[in-house]
Design a protein around this ligand. Structure first.
Ligand code: GDP
Length: 197
């Protein structure tokens, strides 16, 4: 499926700009710079679909990608969070958009919460997971940039992350370890996204 058609569809600054809920959706969440665009590119096998199509002004919008011909699935790139100097107004707008999407989109089947392997789960990531739990949206947690750590360090982070996840109310979110740069864990995550959709 992912080797077929992949197209940028649109950017939605508000829920009302979303297309009809005709297909299952998988949403991507994560701190700014966590490697979200790179992961979408790696999963879809496109070099720059999530970058070329998304102009800087659109970073506070939901960016939708369509997969399959005919379309079978939509990927929804949610705006990144956790940037240091975001004015409260921007954060409020972000929350409103993301919360309304998570709560008001029946075709949203699963979210992927991306976490930088070098940092582990941050306060902002935990808040994102809280929002998902409140909206009753199931999620997977994806450690990104795994190639930046030694195998022994990576084991430690994965273990600590799994332990933190086991304490969350949602029943054991699955943990994935990936590197978009090296292709690590990408085929497995792609299969997981397909089984979720
Ligand atoms: P976004 O802001 O979450 O969309 O993040 P990007 O995908 O633009 O990535 C942010 C930075 O991290 C870029 O410089 C990427 O080249 C780098 N990056 C992303 N994924 C990986 C990875 O798997 N390994 C390494 N080493 N760098 C990565």
């Amino acid at each position: 499926l992912f080797s077929g058609r992949v197209d940028f569809l649109l950017s939605a600054p508000q829920l009302k700009f979303l297309p009809e809920p005709d297909f299952p959706e998988i949403a991507f969440a994560g701190r700014s710079n966590v490697g979200k665009s790179s992961l979408i590119n790696a999963l879809t096998g496109r070099k720059a679909i999530a970058r070329t199509s998304v102009t800087p002004g659109r970073t506070q919008e939901l960016n939708l990608f369509e997969i399959g011909n005919p379309t079978q699935l939509r990927l929804v790139d949610m705006p990144g969070y956790g940037f240091a100097k975001a004015p409260p107004k921007v954060v409020e707008k972000w929350k409103k958009l993301v919360r309304s999407y998570l709560r008001g989109r029946p075709v949203l089947n699963r979210a992927l919460v991306l976490v930088d392997a070098r940092r582990g789960i941050t306060k902002h990531d935990a808040e994102m997971m809280d929002m998902l739990d409140e909206a009753a949206v199931g999620y997977r947690v994806v450690l990104t940039k795994a190639d930046k750590l030694k195998a022994s360090e990576l084991d430690k982070v994965a273990e600590a992350t799994a332990q933190a996840l086991a304490k969350r109310p949602a029943a054991f979110p699955v943990l994935h370890v990936t590197s978009s740069e090296k292709g690590m864990g990408i085929a497995e995550l792609r299969a997981a996204v397909l089984s979720d959709s």
